[in-house]
Design a protein around this ligand. Structure first.
Ligand code: ASP
Length: 304
């Protein structure tokens, strides 16, 4: 089976032109990191983790290094992943000092005792399992710090609601027909300490079932949770429905039910893709080609 990979770098306001080239190269590197795994016969799970780690390590995405700040001026990350062939999942929420939340989520999944750890318990689990710890300010970029400071100085609601895209996610199909999905984020700008969004919630920000599809969502996290967006999108693939249509229908339901804005990437067991968003823009990387004709040598398309 020909593998497939689709990654995103968040949905929201348009990426400022000064940041476009760097974000483009980040998405390209992340796609290639995941794709290398898939074409060497690796698993969909490894591919989505590797693509996500690459974007978590990039300072211009809102995950890991470069995460947006809480109202306390700290970084608290959320992430989740799902293996669609085993229904194994792992998730972490509101965790501090974590460079790669997706690796921590994977460790939670592999450990298997629980599926979702938050806050101090997640941080302790990370230490006990030898995951790299970030020092107090290590994940805070000057750009995110300035943004946080500007809001404090202006007490401006307008800046808080200016939703810069930057959450990251990936969905993959491997050569054995397994589907997997992953999502990671610093959450929403100026969030309350302890707030956990959809990116950590299986069925909302992340979902995979190798018989139907895999999805990673981004956007208004509270509304995505209310609408269980990722699971809804995957369910809409039942009976071999077209992923492009399913992605649009899932978002139309979200709009109707909650008025929230979001974007999602969706992959079916044939490697057919769906990308849709109701926000101004969404960053994605994919290889051109469609359905059964999807070819390993297809042209890489990166949109920021
Ligand atoms: N969905 C993320 C959250 O609410 C934010 C985003 O995707 O931009 O935490």
């Amino acid at each position: 089976m020909t593998p497939a990979l689709l990654i995103h770098g968040g949905a929201g306001a348009a990426t400022p032109s000064a940041l476009q080239a760097e974000r483009r190269s980040g998405l390209t590197a992340a796609f290639e990191a995941g794709w290398d795994i898939l074409i060497q016969g690796g698993t969909a799970l490894d591919a989505v983790v590797q693509a996500t780690v690459t974007l978590e390590d990039h300072p211009l995405f809102n995950a890991g290094l470069g995460s947006c700040l809480t109202e306390d001026g700290t970084v608290e990350v959320d992430a989740s992943l799902m293996d669609g062939s085993t229904f194994q999942t792992g998730a972490v929420g509101a965790a501090k000092h974590i460079k790669n939340a997706i690796c921590l989520a994977r460790e939670v999944m592999t450990d298997g005792r629980h599926v979702f750890l938050v806050g101090r318990g997640a941080e302790r689990f990370a230490r006990e399992h030898g995951l790299p710890q970030a020092a107090a300010d290590e994940l805070i970029t000057p750009r995110q710090h300035q943004r946080w400071q500007a809001l404090r100085l202006s007490s401006g609601q307008a800046q808080r609601s200016n939703s810069e895209p930057g959450t990251v996610g990936a969905v993959a199909l491997d050569s054995s027909g397994r589907l997997a999905a992953a999502t990671s984020t610093g959450g929403v700008f100026d969030k309350r300490a302890g707030r956990v969004g959809d990116s950590a919630v299986i069925g909302a920000g992340t979902y995979a079932d190798s018989a139907m599809g895999a999805c990673s969502a981004t956007g208004d996290g509270e509304d995505i949770i209310r609408a269980t967006l990722a699971r809804t999108a995957v369910e809409l693939l039942r009976g071999g429905k077209d992923p492009a249509q399913a992605a649009r229908t899932a978002l139309a339901r979200l709009t109707r039910q909650t008025r929230g804005e979001a974007g999602l990437i969706l992959l079916d067991p044939f490697g057919r893709r769906g990308v849709a968003y109701t926000t101004e823009s969404m960053s994605v990387a994919l290889r051109l080609g469609s359905g059964q004709a999807f070819r390993a040598e297809g042209r890489l398309v990166v949109r920021v």
